[in-house]
Design a protein around this ligand. Structure first.
Ligand SMILES: [Zn+2]
Length: 142
């Protein structure tokens, strides 16, 4: 007796398939939902354009809102290939710039046991120059 369970590609539930090898979803509603989701994702990636990331997009340019975690792995294999290949060629996203800004922010470390300069500029250790610097204002492009 064959009792190997399939895993629904939409809800990730285990189920006993009625048609082996052909069935990918546990139910008709999952099949329809998966179809709609795929269509919606394709529309989203076409309308928004992968080169125009918004606040709602991840660094991979996909809007995950409303998509269950269980589904993400499936989506990644469905539409992921084309998106991940484009990753290198995309302009820097907000996330990339934020990462860079964070790194710049870490360049200067406030030295607590050193007095500020006469004009009030606190002492920082510049991790890039490996020197103590006095800065009135830290770069604030965060
Ligand atoms: Zn299902």
């Amino acid at each position: 007796m064959e009792n190997h369970l399939y895993i629904c590609e939409y809800c990730s539930k285990k189920y006993l398939p009625r048609r082996r090898h052909k069935q990918r979803f546990c139910s008709n509603s999952c099949r329809v939902n998966a179809h709609n989701r795929k269509r919606k994702l394709l529309l989203l990636s076409k309308n928004k354009g992968l080169n125009k990331p918004s606040d709602h997009q991840t660094k991979n340019g996909i809007t995950w809102g409303g998509i269950g975690n269980a589904a993400i792995a499936n989506v990644a294999t469905e539409v992921g290939k084309s998106i991940f290949i484009k990753e290198e060629n995309k302009p820097a996203t907000k996330g990339d710039i934020q990462n860079l800004a964070n790194k710049i922010g870490e360049r200067y470390i406030l030295i607590k046991n050193m007095d500020a300069r006469a004009d009030g500029a606190p002492a920082y250790f510049d991790t890039t120059l490996k020197e103590i610097v006095h800065l009135k204002f830290l770069p604030t492009w965060k």
